[in-house]
Design a protein around this ligand. Sequence first.
Ligand code: CMP
Length: 140
Amino acid sequence: MALERTFSIIKPDATRRNITGKVIAKLEEGGLRVVAQKRIHMTREQAEGFYAVHRERPFFGELVDFMMSGPVVVQVLEGEDAIKRNREIMGDTNPKDASPGTIRAEFAESIGENTVHGSDAPETAAVEIKFFFTDAEIVG
Ligand code: CMP
């Protein structure tokens, strides 16, 4: 096991319902530490740039509009095997498939409005962290 960092977004459906604290509690209880965090309202440019890999997907427009629909909380999370651990704590993308006790099983409204995003691999984590944070903003 290795100490790792991953990137996380608490999405607009969670800020709208004022449940960011409940989401962060799940992350912390799951063994992850918040080493950087800020609340932002994404611009179209940021949302399209961040999700550029999904540009050809039929849901791209809907995804971008949703991510701009309200504030989000972007985070860097640190812990043992943080990328995999965060994905376990979040649960499956579609809340219908998410295991009981996971963030998406408890809080997500649909596959699109699914409360959290988490990096899927070390390479993506590095790119995603750099997309929103400078080194000086990450305090481990
Ligand atoms: P996320 O982990 O943020 O990465 C891409 C997002 O696209 C994903 O979570 C979902 O919220 C969203 N997504 C995936 N499939 C669909 C879909 N069929 N309809 C709408 N949004 C989707």
